[in-house]
Design a protein around this ligand. Sequence first.
Ligand code: NAD
Length: 473
Amino acid sequence: MKDMYQRLAHTRLGHSIFSALKMPIPPQLDRQQTEAVFFKGNLVLGAAPQAELLPALCHTIARKPHILTYNIGDIIGASDIKKATKRYKIPLIPYQSNQADPVQFKAMVFDASGIHTTQDFHYLFDFFQPLIKKLAMNGRVLLLARTPHTCTPAQATAQTALIGFIRSLAKEVGKQGATVQLIQADYGVELPLLEGPIRFLLSPKSAYISGQVIHISAAQQTVFPHNAKPLRGKHALVTGAARGVGAAIARTLAKAGAQVICLDLPDTVENLSAIAEEIAGEPLLLDITAPRAAQQIVDMLRELSCDIDILVHNAGITRDKTLANMTKPQWNATVSVNLTACEQITHALLEHQLIASGGRVICIASVSGIAGNFGQTNYATSKAGLLGFVTAMTPLLQSQNITINAIAPGFIETEMTQQLPTFVKEIGRRFNSLKQSGLPIDVAEAVTFLAEPSSAGLQGNVLRVCGQNLLGA
Ligand code: NAD
């Protein structure tokens, strides 16, 4: 899959022509990471007074010699920062915001949990305004905050306003491959539940995610310290695993230690067997819309005597036409694969108690399901329905100690998007803050993040992997 525009923009000649014509030059995203080093470089810390979430951040970055932590000497909130960093033995390097030197920051983390009223907003401005020009290429801005519906009305107003801040800043820094996100933690959430999301959002694994809000709620599940194979001993089922996003998900889950059952249509036998063999997984040739599909999955799991810890509803199809030109089979096929089959399989596994306690259900939706899209009434209906399924199932699954979340990809380079007309492809690739398309690995990393034990506090979230696509919010 090729994005010729992006390749050309990074040749010497292409770069000069694009610059002369003032055409956007997509930044080169850094997706490289070793398991041990999730973040490397200068990190500057800020906080509003009475910040409460700094210990979660400090716990995550403690004992990491490749992270140099700076603080702004004269800013309000400095005493909270000093206290939290001292507790975790993190050495602080003092910095003056307007310092004229070449220091650049790979991450700027601001604990905004102490913003209680709109009069407190100036802390945000005072911290970021003088600093933002010092954000490095592929930098990360992360705000830690409170979930508005767990706050008093005045605080809820102020905490909600942060969403506008991060989404706008994300649009301003996207041209340098930098991302901006917000973590909202409910009151009462144990702080170790923030560690997995902080790691993920600071790491190159979230390179194509920007302008997102991740909501953390209380969990009954135990949070284990992070390790190189966080999914060791877990069983995963990935639908649509023969190619594209599904194949990347199967590979990434296996790399994190999971045993993966790779499901796809019977006519994908060659690809599917090759992928299953490559990751020492199990192939399952099945049309998920077949009348007995859910029962066949149940039978296979019984035969293998295994429960599923991670269920990924990834198989999906498009049958794009305007409604006026759409046939009933095009409508029906899209809804059955993308939505009805996901409901039926989930319910069958639950009914037979084949989703393990501590399990994860992850649904691959789409930004089209959020914003709607021309020629996709069928597809957007199915994907919006999938988001509705996630919301509806959250409390039910929570009571069984299982989480369910959705990922909404934007334009990802796969065979599905290759079929689109060239003009539509170009729009999809360029109309986002990072000015480029995503890769299957971007969605796969997000799925693996949601599947990890450290993501136990994420329930009912919709995580967009879209480079802050301009479709919808
Ligand atoms: P793809 O067409 O490359 O792969 C989809 C896979 O699903 C194929 O291997 C196909 O054989 C399988 N599949 C289709 N119908 C099936 C059925 N009835 N039973 C079993 N398997 C079936 O698509 P992709 O781009 O990898 O998309 C993966 C998921 O991501 C889909 O749900 C898609 O809607 C979603 N998505 C993709 C994009 C994108 O830009 N590529 C954007 C948003 C959402």
